[in-house]
Design a protein around this ligand. Structure first.
Ligand code: SF4
Ligand code: SF4
Length: 115
């Protein structure tokens, strides 16, 4: 999706994703998705014990091919539903160039752009 020929996307700071699944539910409700359809899905990796004895458990929300960046909501001036309902506030919407700048500020983040 683009506005004024600018590419937009989602930035996900997955280091602080709690794996609560609120983004999945918000997307399903907003886009009236049926059973088995997902606009975003939380992938889980771990837990595993690291050499330093600490445990690693990673949650990474992955938008799917059904994600259109909530085009209708955004055109009404709202945030994408997943971004608005993320209780941990780890999801951001905006121009990819701005998201890339934000991503350069810390590791363990990903940027998504739809087809
Ligand atoms: S931006 Fe909208 S369509 Fe895309 S994953 Fe989030 S809620 Fe679903
Ligand atoms: S709503 Fe936010 S904290 Fe919860 S699973 Fe989705 S990205 Fe992670």
């Amino acid at each position: 999706m683009s506005k004024n020929n600018e590419k937009y996307g989602l930035l996900i700071n997955y280091e602080f994703c709690t794996g609560c699944h609120s983004c999945e539910t918000a997307c399903k409700v907003e886009n009236k998705l049926t059973y088995g359809q997902w606009g975003i899905k939380v992938a889980k990796d771990g837990p595993r014990q690291l050499e330093n004895g600490k445990f690693e458990f990673i949650n990474v929300p992955i938008p799917t091919s059904l994600c259109n960046l909530c085009e209708d909501r955004v055109n009404m001036g709202k945030l994408p539903s997943c971004v608005q309902h993320c209780q941990a506030a780890v999801m951001f919407y905006g121009p990819v160039k701005e998201l890339a700048d934000k991503m350069s500020e810390k590791p363990l983040q990903v940027i998504f752009t739809p087809v």
